[in-house]
Design a protein around this ligand. Structure first.
Ligand code: TXA
Ligand code: MG
Length: 347
């Protein structure tokens, strides 16, 4: 399959009238799948009402069929055809954070969406992305779009069109290139089907920000206890994995350098993932800088690009610094732990 590339400037007016957007939307209406930018990561969109389109998404990504997709909308009217109702707290969260990096789980109304999109669950995940290209594409297609991150399953999520092309060229109809995404980590997923909202996946909107709007918010115990089964099916899979063993180290830069020296003395090629503050300190085969520790949002923004860049190096082992689990640091540490899949080395 030929994969088309449509380049658009996200800052121009009336994006939905642009030929690139019209062509991409036309593909979506014909149940083809198209990657597009959001403010978090690139998504791989398809008509959420069509089994055919949804199957193409799962196939292109190599995604397990038991992992449901997020339904992307451009206006709140679109929701009513596929949810049973909007509880008070969900409504407040939508007012506060949409469009934006928050996905809300609601009770699903039967009959509209493809059963495959929701993996047969009685609930559905919905979000309104804060990106002019995503919104224009959804508007122009007139469809709710099922869209997981546009990476091969298991790989880091894509934050540029080039990342999408690396993974999915030849497997999808096209890519709308609207430049690099902003947040860099996926949306926060919050379950609003019970009483107190529950965070199933930390992300761009922090727990603290949610609590300012709805009071108490809890977190899925599986986020901190590996013995528990996560409530978001996707959270049980290892993700974002670099090709070499990747160890997070809870220790000083001197202690990390010592680990590097030990491995290099054994003849291994060693990588270090650090931040701007420490980049000149390390002596290793490869040192990569992931944002600036003093501004955690820059770490989030650079995280997946840095993980992907390590995959272009030939290394035996990588050591990474950890981050405080506050604010967006929670989501950063959640993704880093999943990328590592190994116990943290505590010094
Ligand atoms: O920022 C994002 O959310 C990006 C962009 C493209 O919007 N999308 C994204 O989708 O990260 P994906 O498919 O990579 O992750 C969706 C997560 C998975 O962990 C999935 O299991 C969970 O949401 N999820 C979807 N529907 C659910 C439901 N009904 N109940 C619980 N978890 C659900
Ligand atoms: Mg994903």
């Amino acid at each position: 399959m030929q994969t088309l590339m449509w380049t658009v400037d996200k800052n121009v007016d009336n994006l939905e009238t642009y030929p690139q957007i019209k062509e991409a939307a036309q593909n979506l209406k014909q149940n083809e799948v198209v990657a597009f930018p959001t403010e978090t990561v690139y998504g791989l969109g398809g008509n959420a009402e069509s089994d055919e389109a949804v199957l193409k998404i799962f196939e292109a990504k190599g995604r397990p069929g038991d992992n449901p997709l997020i339904i992307h909308i451009a206006n709140t009217e679109q929701i009513h055809s596929f949810v049973k109702g909007i509880p008070e707290q969900a409504s407040r969260l939508m007012d506060a954070f949409w469009p934006g990096p928050l996905t809300i789980i609601l009770e699903k109304k039967e009959g509209t969406l493809s059963e495959k999109a929701t993996a047969g669950l009685s609930t559905v995940a919905v979000r309104m992305p804060d990106h002019p290209v995503a919104l224009a594409l959804i508007e122009e297609s007139g469809l709710p779009l099922a869209a997981p991150s546009a990476n091969l399953s298991g790989k880091p999520s894509p934050t540029t069109a080039a990342h999408v092309a690396d993974d999915l060229t030849g497997r999808i109809s096209g890519i709308v290139d609207g430049g690099a995404t902003g947040v860099g980590l996926e949306s926060t997923v919050v379950d609003c089907t019970g009483g107190i909202p529950v965070i199933l996946r930390p992300g761009g909107v922090t727990k603290e920000q949610l609590e300012e709007v709805v009071g108490e918010v809890s977190a899925d115990p599986a986020l901190t206890d590996e013995g528990q089964a996560p409530k978001a099916p996707g959270m049980k899979y290892r993700h974002y994995a670099p090709n070499s063993p990747f160890y997070l180290v809870d220790g000083s830069k001197e202690e990390i350098q010592q680990l590097v020296n030990e491995k290099r003395n054994e003849g291994q090629r060693v990588g270090v993932m650090t931040t701007k503050e420490n980049k000149d300190f390390y002596d290793a085969n490869v040192v990569k800088t992931c944002g600036e520790r003093a501004r955690l949002e820059t770490v989030a923004e650079a995280l997946y690009d840095t993980l992907r860049a390590f995959n272009k190096e030939d290394l035996d082992i990588i050591f990474g610094e950890i981050f405080p689990e506050q604010g967006v640091g929670q989501a950063i540490m959640n993704r880093l732990s999943k990328a590592s899949g190994l116990p943290i080395i505590i010094k």
